[in-house]
Design a protein around this ligand. Sequence first.
Ligand SMILES: Cc1cc2nc3c(=O)[nH]c(=O)nc-3n(C[C@H](O)[C@H](O)[C@H](O)COP(=O)(O)OP(=O)(O)OC[C@H]3O[C@@H](n4cnc5c(N)ncnc54)[C@H](O)[C@@H]3O)c2cc1C
Length: 653
Amino acid sequence: MAKQSVMIIGGGLAGLSAAIKLAELECDVSLMSVLPVKRSHSVCAQGGINSVNDLTRQLGDSEWKHFDDTVYGGDFLQHQPPVKELAYWAPKIIDLMDRLGVTFNRTPEGFRDQRRFGGTLYQRTSFAGATTGQQLLYALDEQVRRWEVAGHIHKYEYWDFLGPVLDETGRCRGCVGQDLVNMEIRAFPADALVVASGGCGAIFGRSTNSVACNGAAVSRVYQAGGHLGNAEFIQVHPTAIPGADKLRLISESARGEGGRVWVPRKPQDPRAPQEIPEKERYYFLEERYPTYGNLVPRDIGTREIFKVCMQEGLSVQAGRMCVYLDVTHIPRDQLDRKLAGILEIYEKFQGADPRKVPMKIFPAVHYTMGGLWVDYEPDAKGGLNVGSPRNQQTNIPGLFAIGECEYQYHGANRLGANSLVACIFSGLTVAPGIIAYVNSFKGQKAGELPSGVFDSTRRKHQDYYDGLLKRPQGGPNPYKIHAELGQLMTKSATVVRHNADMLETYAKVCELQQQAARCSISDISPWANQTAPFARALDDMFPVAKAILRGAITRDESRGAHYKPEFSQGELTAAEPAQRRREAEAWVDRFEANNRRWLKSTIAACGAGGEPALSYEAVNTSLIPPRPRLYGLSGGDVIEQVYKERNAAVKKT
Ligand SMILES: Cc1cc2nc3c(=O)[nH]c(=O)nc-3n(C[C@H](O)[C@H](O)[C@H](O)COP(=O)(O)OP(=O)(O)OC[C@H]3O[C@@H](n4cnc5c(N)ncnc54)[C@H](O)[C@@H]3O)c2cc1C
C-alpha cells in the first residue's frame, strides 16, 4: 500500500513541528515555503515562549492558571478545550525544545531562566536572549534536515503556494505551487494539506511582521471555500520603532526585564530624558494599572499609549507620536545577557544606545489573531481528544491549518509569548489527527487519482499568471496600490475603529482592488520574476482585507484588540460609594448584555469578488465563565466586586 503523503505549506515553527511529527509517524512529507525555511518569520520572534514551570509553581501557578490567563487575555473569544490542552502541553514542549538543543538562558544554578510577559503575574516565559524564535526555529530545522536525509521529508523552498486542489466532492487532494526561480507552475497530489503560512501583517503595509507575511496563502484557501474565523481581530503591539520598509518590534521582554514606559508630565519637555526628575515623569501604565503595571496585555497597553499621545497631548516629541521605554536603570550586564538582540536593533535603526537613553517607541500592527477557521474535538475532561481528525481541520475536508494562520487559540487578543508555544503545539497535535483522517478515508489515494483532477486547477493558475504577464504597460503600479491599501487599513482598522470611517475605507479598498486587477507588471521575465508574484499576492490581500473590515464594521462592541469607543464601557466616575456601586451595577448589566449579543466568533465565507458573507458561531466557554476584563484598573474593584457577588448568587440558586 502506498504511504500517506502530506503537503505542508510553510516552514515556520508550526510547519516544521508538523513535518517532524508526521515524519516520525512514517508519512511522506513535502514542505513548501516561499522563503528558505530558516528565514520564516518565526526567526524574528524575540522575547520567549510560555509555560508554567518549577519556579512559578512554587508561587502557586499551574497549567490551569496559564489557561485562565490566556482566555482572560483573549477576552473569552476562544473555544476553551483547545486552549486548555495547549496550557497543559506547554511545559512538555519547553522540555522538548530544551532537549533538542535550544540555548535557553540559564540561572547561575543551571536552571532555565524565566521572565514575566504581559497579561500574567507569573514569570512563565523561557527565553534565549532576545532571539528565542531563531533558536527554536534552528533547532527544529536541524531535526527536519535529519528526516530529509532519511528520505521522509522533501523541501520545496522558494515555491509559492497558489491554492488547494479539490476533487468533485470538495475534498482537498493536494495543491498547486509555483517555483519562484524558473516560474514553473506544478500540481502536487497529497492525501492531506496543512497550511502553516503565518500572519498577514503586510495587508497593513508596514508592520512588525516580515514583508513576506502577506496572508496570500490564507486568502487562496479562503477563496477556494475555506472559512475565516474572527478575521477582524488584529493585534497592535505597544512598543515598536518606525522604519521605511517595516516597523521593528522592541519586544515585551524589555518590560519583562523591568523596562518602564513613561512620558514627561510637561508636554514635549525639551530636556533630555535623563535630566527629567522622577516626580516629573508620568509612568501612566503603572499609575493606572498598579497590579500589572507595564505588563498589561497588549491591547490595553496600546490604547493607553494612544490615549496619552493623542488625547492627553503628551507625546514625547512634537510631530512624532512616541513615548519612552526606559531600560537605563537596569544593570548593563543584565541587559546584554538578556536583551542584546533587541537593544542592537534599536541602536542600529535609531542610532542611540538604549542602555544610556530611553527608547522612543509607538504601537505597530503585529499579530493576526483571526485566520482560517479550524475545528477541534473535545474530550470528557474538557481538553482535546488528541488524535482526532477534527483537530485543526478547516471546513474543507483534508485541509488543515496550524500556527498564526488559524484562529483558534488567542481569541480577541493574544498574550505575549503564547504564540510560539501555540505554533509548536498545533504542529505536533495536527499530525496524529492527519494520520487518523487519511487512514479512515476509504477513497483512492491522491497519488492514484487521474491527472485530470489536478490539471484543471493547475491550468487555472497558469492562465491567471500568463494573463498577468500580458497586461498592457502604463497601468497602475502594484507597489503603490499596496502602500495605499496599507495606509487605509492602518488608519481605520487598527487601534481605534469607527464604523463611518471603516465603511469609507471599505469602499476605497474595493476601488483599489479594481485598480490592482488592472495593474501593470514591469518585469515579465520568465526567470526569478518577483513583480508578477507580488501582484498576485496583492490581488489576494483584498478578500482578507475586506473580511477584516466587514467583520469589524459588523461587530458593534469592544472586545480585546477590537475597540470601538461608542461601544466601550468607560470607567466609573462617581466618588460617593452608593452611587459608585449603582454605576458598577449598571456596568455589569451592560457587560452581561453585550456578552449575550457578541460573545461569538465571526465566520467569513468568501463570495464573488472577495465579498465576505458573515455568520456567527457560539464560543465554548464551558470551563471558565467570562468575567469583566479589568486587569486591576484603579477604580475597577467595585465592578469586580459586583460581578463576583452576582456570580456567587447564580451558583447558589
Ligand atoms: C517581531 C516579532 C517578534 C515576535 N516575538 C514573539 C515571541 O517572543 N514570542 C511569541 O510567542 N511570539 C512572538 N511573535 C509571534 C510569532 O513569532 C509568530 O506568531 C510565529 O512565529 C508564527 O509562526 P508560524 O509558523 O505560524 O508562521 P511563520 O513563522 O510566519 O512561517 C510562515 C511560513 O509560511 C511560508 N509561506 C507564507 N506564504 C506562503 C506561500 N504563499 N507559499 C508558500 N509558503 C508560504 C513562509 O515562507 C514561512 O515558511 C513575534 C512576532 C513578531 C512579528
